[in-house]
Ligand binder design. Structure first.
Ligand code: FES
Length: 231
């Protein structure tokens, strides 16, 4: 199957798992921690075999993670989608720097912390006339798995998005010693239980611990509950 994102779909099921179709590339992915515990890179594990219709746990209770084993029914999982239908542009605030700017949609934060590695992006943007700072700034923003942050080149207002093939990363946060969300890349379609399609975005994070208050998106709650997938 080609890597056209229309070939892949993630359907949120009512109070149940994600149904994934199209067999996107799916890998365990570790957020490699630097000396201060903030992540500095990703390291991929082996690709997982995905059935034609894969059901991925959304409640956090499956004994077969990342796959669903029906535990959502046993635990009475309330998977109500609370994120609403807001698009990125409605959520984002713009920070204008001298050469580069960025937009920040705070409600999408998954607390991945790539934005804090070499000084925070909220400090760096004002110094993007320095090429070294500018390069670090773009790299930190492009590593943000949730897509909360987007870098913009002032000269032509181009959004500097990384080129990502459609795929799913099953995240592990080494610095926090816990498991993280599903990292959805490349514009895979995500459809709500009601049949509404969420805004297509190049980078997204979907909650799989069951604790997010912004379902289906991750809001970083997996850290507070010390979510462990046992993988
Ligand atoms: S996986 Fe991040 S809040 Fe659930």
């Amino acid at each position: 199957m080609s890597d056209d994102p229309v070939n892949f779909r993630i359907k949120v099921t009512k109070n149940g798992p994600y149904r994934v179709s199209g067999q996107p590339h799916t890998r365990l992915r570790r957020m490699v921690a630097g000396s201060d515990g903030n992540p500095v890179s990703y390291q991929d594990g082996a690709e997982m075999q995905m059935p034609a219709a894969a059901y991925l746990c959304r409640c956090g209770h499956s004994a077969k993670k990342p796959f669903c084993d029906g535990s959502h029914a046993r635990v009475g999982f309330d998977g109500t989608e609370t994120a609403g239908g807001e698009v990125y542009g409605d959520m984002a605030r713009t920070f204008e720097g001298p050469e580069l700017s960025f937009t920040d949609a705070k409600p999408l934060c998954a607390r991945a912390r790539f934005c804090d590695v070499k000084g925070t992006v909220w400090e760096q943007y004002a110094q993007t006339d320095d090429p070294t700072v500018a390069a670090d700034f773009v790299q930190e923003i492009q590593m943000c798995p949730s897509g909360r942050l987007r870098a913009v080149r002032n000269a032509d207002r181009a959004v500097l998005e990384p080129a990502l093939a459609p795929g799913i990363g099953i995240l592990k946060d080494e610095g926090k010693a816990c498991s993280g969300p599903l990292q959805i890349e490349g514009g895979i379609v995500v459809e709500s239980a009601d049949g509404e399609v969420y805004e297509h975005r190049n980078r997204m994070t979907l909650c799989r611990c069951g604790a997010s208050k912004n379902k289906p998106f991750c809001d970083g709650s997996h850290i507070g509950i010390d979510f462990q997938d046992g993988l």
